[in-house]
Design a protein around this ligand. Structure first.
Ligand code: ADP
Ligand code: MG
Length: 733
């Protein structure tokens, strides 16, 4: 055994999970369902699947185990499998492998597979009984993701059919009881953890301690603040989420009596809608002045505010100096090379500073953290069933999340946590976050229920841990009927069956299928791939105008989707002369997204071959037509009923949808730069409510295109179709 290996084993043996190894294995042997809860970082994810693997390989000679462990995110499936393989001194893809959408590493001898929950659901599609699988481990169930909740219903049905199958549920926080009772009182094993005390500061203490002066509302010098203001420039602030108003009430009621007048004055300027970048920078400097060693973890809401904060800090004389501060980011779309750096120890005298999303709350543990700064927010999708509109807003986290974030500071020695909001705001937080199934549109889920032949959609969903609103279910079913994926009796149509074979949103799948049928797949592949990755058109905060102008160069004929195709094809040409980077830099395009589009195109193409829609021998895309009218028709049909009418007035135009009334375009849409759109309709990919409703990525279409290609041509339902259009005309005229 190598010294490396010994060190690794020592590390593993120190983890709290290791001490429970025998108890865990016994419980798993004796019970079909076991629920394991334990402090984040105690070794659930990396150790427990390994214990099972080791015990089966070592003690049960001849027996072959086949363990599947699901993760809610690709990034954790990949990083965990890599970690486990290296703990075992193996190469990834031997005994331990992973599989996520579009990527995987798995061999003939792979006995432990980490995958995303979506991958396991797809496997259930072709293998209802999970033949040959001995253990299913569902990790991070406390997150209550939609796929996980869905999977639990399916597995609950499966258990009686597979009495020897073992189901292990792992959770970070304390609601293990809920899952236990869902599985008829399944055994719970709690792994006792240990954390050092964490000194906690809320905003009022921070201000009192440091004398920091918060900026008044009207002085826009926080990045976060400015951004929020720009986004909502046209829109009066009206709709606030319930939690936001609870927070405001709490603030109004607070008097901060025991604090100095200065502190009170400063607090009165605090804006709960903003993340104070200046305050974060100030605190980081304070911490770094301090001689106490230890890494700093800052919780932000998403990729965008992380990168703007990173830019700001990089310009700072001290914090931006790589010989003193190792500045890293940790979020769902980072590259895996960047990911590994997070676990590395920095050089002597260098302090590690990680800007993270809530991914670092429970799924990724950074070992040497001593200081935590918590902005109190996370980006959360929510869904307004009444208007059938998804919303994406940074919103307040739950108490449990805040506690998790705080706990990250006390893993190696006593730590400190700075919450950038007052105590009374924390007290107003909800105990737990609402499960995703209650706050997202359900179209893909309903399609999956149908393809897994799970019976009536609403009956099935009524058996969930928490069932979604009836209205949300009806909306989803209605949508699937409109696009022709379900027939009147909620059975899958031919189109629906093809859609279930394509792991993407139904509208994107439908575009691909139509691209094949209408023989214009090449540009459609680019569009669908482009809509599946992070927006390739970058709008850096301080160069917004330049970036938008750059995008509009690609625009012709009022379509963001065509702009995307042109940008990609230009990149492809430039790439041939090795000028890809230069091209992206000049045109404010993300190289990463371009590359992702490139590989997704290939992936989608081979998926289409698998479905039999494209002949297996086709190798090149060249034969496909680029006829713009054809492609526009396909876009229109794919995005329908995502449609709004264009209403012109003297100087410009406004947009209306049937459900929302007036809607706005994101400023980086090519159509937002036009003063006139010579078409009566826009079809759009996505609408998101951020104070008011914004449309992302739109294409203008004519009456005749809408008439012929909106709705479900697959059903040949021209009558219903005309009625629908009539409804629109009546509504708007
Ligand atoms: P849990 O699932 O209970 O939250 P994990 O099994 O993820 O805990 O982590 C156990 C320990 O292994 C933690 O201390 C964590 O920091 C460490 N660890 C996990 N992944 C890596 C990695 N890729 N590199 C280094 N250490 C890691
Ligand atoms: Mg874990």
């Amino acid at each position: 055994e190598s010294p490396e290996g010994r060190k690794m084993l020592e590390f593993r043996m120190r983890l709290p999970a290791y001490k429970e190894k025998d108890a865990l294995l016994t419980a798993i042997a004796r019970n079909q369902v076991v629920i394991i809860s334990g402090e984040t970082g105690c070794g659930k994810t990396t150790q427990i699947p390994q214990f099972i693997l080791e015990s089966e390989i070592e003690y049960v000679h001849g027996a072959v185990c086949n363990i599947i462990c699901t993760q809610p995110r690709r990034i954790s499936a990949m990083s965990v499998s890599e970690r486990v393989a290296s703990e075992r001194g193996e190469k990834l893809g031997e005994h331990v492998g992973y599989k996520v959408r579009l990527e995987g590493m798995k061999g003939r001898d792979t006995r432990l597979l980490f995958c995303t929950t979506g991958i396991l659901l797809r496997r259930l599609l072709v293998d209802r009984n999970l033949k040959g699988v001995t253990h299913v481990i569902v990790d991070e169930i406390h997150e209550r993701g939609m796929n996980e909740d869905f999977l639990l219903i399916v597995l609950k049905d499966l258990l009686p059919r597979r009495p020897e199958l073992r189901l292990i549920l792992m959770s970070a926080t304390l609601d293990a009881e809920l899952f236990s009772s869902y599985f008829g009182g399944a055994q719970i094993i709690h792994i006792p953890g240990f954390t050092y005390p964490v000194q906690t500061h809320f905003l009022e203490n921070i201000v009192e301690m440091t004398g920091y002066r918060l900026t008044p509302y009207n002085q826009i010098d926080d990045y976060g603040q400015e951004k929020m203001w720009k986004m909502s420039k046209h829109a009066p602030r009206k709709r606030k989420s319930q939690i936001a108003s609870v927070v405001e009430d709490a603030l109004r009621a607070a008097d901060f009596k025991e604090y100095s007048p200065q502190t009170r004055e400063s607090l009165s300027c605090w804006n709960p809608d903003c993340i104070g970048f200046n305050l974060i920078e100030f605190l980081l400097c304070k911490i770094c002045e301090n001689e106490r060693p230890g890494a700093i973890l800052v919780f932000m809401t998403g990729w965008d505010d992380i990168s703007s904060l990173k830019d700001k800090l990089q310009a700072h004389p001290f914090l931006g100096d790589p010989s003193r501060v190792l500045l890293l980011a940790c979020h769902g779309s980072m590259a895996s090379s960047e990911q590994r750096l997070i676990f590395d120890e920095p050089d002597d005298g260098v302090r590690k500073l990680v800007l993270a999303t809530n991914i670092a709350e429970t799924s990724i543990t950074i070992n040497d953290v001593v200081f935590v700064i918590d902005c109190g927010k996370a980006k959360e999708t929510s869904y307004d069933a009444l208007n059938n509109t998804p919303c994406l807003l940074p919103s307040w986290i739950s108490k449990v999340s805040a506690q998790q974030r705080r706990g990250r500071a006390g893993r190696v020695r006593p730590g400190e946590c700075y919450h950038l909001y007052p105590r009374c705001v924390y007290d107003a937080f909800a105990e737990y976050q609402l499960p995703e199934i209650l706050r997202t549109p359900l179209q893909s889920l309903c399609l999956q229920i149908k393809s897994l032949k799970l019976g009536s959609i609403s009956e099935f969903l009524s058996r969930a841990l928490q069932s979604p609103e009836l209205l949300a279910v009806q909306n989803a079913i209605e949508y699937l009927k409109i696009i022709g994926a379900l027939d009147e009796n909620e059975n899958l149509t031919v189109l629906g069956r093809y859609l279930t074979m394509l792991p993407m949103e139904p509208k994107l799948g439908k575009m691909l299928i139509l691209g094949v049928i209408f023989n214009c797949l090449d540009p459609v592949l680019t569009i669908v791939a482009g809509l599946s990755v992070r927006d390739p058109f970058l709008t850096p905060f301080d160069k917004k105008d330049l970036a938008e102008a750059a995008k509009s160069q690609f625009s012709r004929d009022y379509s963001d989707h065509f702009a995307l195709v042109r940008a990609y094809e230009g990149w492809k040409d430039a790439e041939r002369d090795i000028a890809g980077y230069e091209y992206c830099w000049r045109n404010f395009l993300s190289v990463q997204s371009m590359k992702a589009i490139d590989s997704l195109r290939k992936e989608f193409f081979s998926l289409l071959k698998d479905t039999g829609l494209v002949d297996g021998n086709t190798t090149s895309y060249n034969a496909w037509s680029h006829d713009e009218h054809l492609v526009r028709a396909v876009i229109c049909n794919g995005l329908y009923p995502g449609i709004c009418s264009v209403v012109h007035n003297e100087k410009s135009f406004s947009l209306k949808t049937m459900e929302d009334g007036q809607v706005l375009l994101y400023s980086n849409s090519v159509n937002a730069r036009e003063s006139k759109i010579p078409y009566p309709w826009l079809v759009f990919n996505e609408k998101i409510k951020v104070n008011s409703v914004f449309l992302r990525d739109s294409t203008a279409v004519s009456d005749s295109v809408l008439l012929l290609f909106g709705g479900s041509i697959s059903r040949g339902d021209t009558d219903g179709h005309l009625k629908m259009l009539g409804g629109y005309l009546e509504f708007f005229m």
